[in-house]
Design a protein around this ligand. Structure first.
Ligand code: FES
Length: 74
């Protein structure tokens, strides 16, 4: 699926019928965290994910934008 420039992972997933839980929508709460299987994203969060979680390849779907082809597990 192709998405619009600047579109979040959460929005793209919703268009595919995948409704990832979301609460704050601002990268604070961590509710929308999902594992990133492949690819790279830019995460513009506000403390809702730790460096360790990022190192383990988790993303916050509400505030992550893909930098190319990506696959997430949900
Ligand atoms: S919904 Fe709160 S961090 Fe994404």
């Amino acid at each position: 699926m192709r998405i619009q420039p600047g579109e979040t992972m959460h929005s793209a997933a919703a268009k595919l019928g995948l409704h990832i839980p979301k609460a704050c929508g601002m990268g604070i709460c961590g509710t929308c965290r999902v594992p990133l299987s492949s690819g790279q994203v830019e995460i513009d969060h506000n403390g809702g994910i730790t460096d360790e979680e990022v190192a383990d390849r988790y993303i916050l779907s509400c505030c992550s934008r893909p930098l190319g082809d990506v696959v997430v597990e949900y």
